[in-house]
Design a protein around this ligand. Structure first.
Ligand code: NDP
Length: 246
C-alpha cells in the first residue's frame, strides 16, 4: 500500500520526457495512470508496459493537445478506462524558438494552442470528474519568470499564462477541496532540451547546481504534490530548476 494506491491519474504528453517521468513516479506511489501522446505510439505503448510491470493499470490515448475535440475526448477516455479521475497533470507542451520580429503566425498559434488552450480545455473537461482531494498539476517553466536570452519570448509568455491560471483556478476549486499547483522545471534532459544540445552549456552555466535535471526529479515533485502530504498546497508555484532562477 502506498500513498496513491487507488488514485487515477491522467498525464498529458506522457509518451516521452518529463511526462513519462511523471507517469512513472505516480505509478511508483501506487496510482493507475493514463497518458496522452500525439505521435509516439510505440513510446507510449512501451511506457504502458513499464507501468503495468509495476502492478498498476495504464492506458495510452492518442490525442493532439492542439485539437479541442481530441482533448475533451481524451479526458473522457481516461475516465472510462480507469473508472474515474483523481489527478490531472497538464504536461504536454511544445517550444518553437525565434525572435518576435520573425516568428511565424503558425508557431505563435501552435504554442498558444498546446501550451495554454490545451491546458485550459483538459482542465475544464477534468473538473466534473475530480472529487474531494482532487489534484490539478500543470507543468510550466522557469522561463515564465526569468527570460535570460531572446528567442524564447513566445514560449516563455505561454508559460507565464499558467501562473495566473493556477492561482485563479485554486480560488475557484478550493471550496471543493481540489488543489491546483504549478511546477516550473528548469533545463531537463529530454528530446526538447537535450543535455548535449547546442545551447546546453550556456543553460548549465546559469544554474546554481551546474547541471541539467533528470525527468525523475520532476516526477518526484509532481508525485509529492499529488500525495496527501501536499493537501495544504494550492495556488502554489514550485520551481524545480537547479537554481536557474535563483
Ligand atoms: P518532449 O518534447 O521531450 O516531450 C513532449 C511530450 O509531449 C511527448 O510525450 C509528446 O508526445 C507530447 N506532446 C507534444 N505535443 C503534443 C500535442 N500537440 N499533443 C499531445 N501531446 C503532445 O518535452 P519535455 O518532456 O521536455 O517537456 C514536457 C513539458 O515540460 C512541456 O510542457 C515543456 O514545456 C516543459 N518544460 C520542459 C523543460 C525542459 O528543459 N525539457 C524545461 C521547462 C519546462 P509525442 O511523443 O507523441 O510527440
Amino acid at each position: 500500500m502506498t500513498e496513491l494506491t487507488g488514485k487515477r491519474a491522467l498525464v498529458t504528453g506522457g509518451s516521452r520526457g518529463i511526462g513519462a517521468g511523471i507517469a512513472l513516479a505516480l505509478a511508483d506511489k501506487g496510482a493507475d495512470v493514463a497518458i496522452t501522446y500525439e505521435k509516439s505510439a510505440d513510446r507510449a505503448a512501451d511506457l504502458v508496459r513499464q507501468i503495468e510491470a509495476k502492478g498498476r493499470r495504464a492506458v495510452a490515448i492518442q490525442a493532439d493537445s492542439a485539437d479541442p475535440a481530441a482533448v475533451k475526448r481524451s479526458v473522457g477516455d481516461a475516465v472510462a478506462a480507469l473508472g474515474g479521475l483523481d489527478i490531472l497533470v497538464n504536461n504536454a507542451g511544445i517550444a518553437r524558438y525565434g525572435n518576435v520580429a520573425d516568428v511565424s503566425l503558425e508557431d505563435i498559434e501552435a504554442q498558444l494552442n498546446v501550451n495554454v488552450r490545451g491546458v485550459v480545455l483538459a482542465t475544464q473537461a477534468a473538473i466534473p470528474h475530480l472529487g474531494d482531494g482532487g489534484r490539478i498539476i500543470t507543468i510550466g517553466s522557469c522561463l515564465a519568470e526569468r527570460v535570460p536570452t531572446g528567442g524564447s519570448t513566445i514560449y516563455s509568455m505561454t508559460k507565464s499564462a499558467l501562473l495566473a491560471f493556477t492561482r485563479g483556478l485554486s480560488r475557484e476549486l478550493g471550496p471543493q477541496a481540489i488543489t491546483v499547483n504549478l511546477v516550473q522545471p528548469g533545463a531537463v534532459d529530454t528530446d526538447m532540451n537535450p543535455a548535449d544540445g547546442d545551447h546546453s552549456d550556456g543553460l548549465r552555466a546559469l544554474t546554481a547546481l551546474g547541471r541539467y535535471g533528470r525527468t525523475e526529479e520532476i516526477g518526484a515533485v509532481v508525485a509529492f504534490l499529488a500525495s496527501p502530504g501536499a493537501s495544504l498546497m494550492t495556488g502554489s508555484v514550485v520551481t524545480v530548476d537547479a537554481g536557474f532562477n535563483a
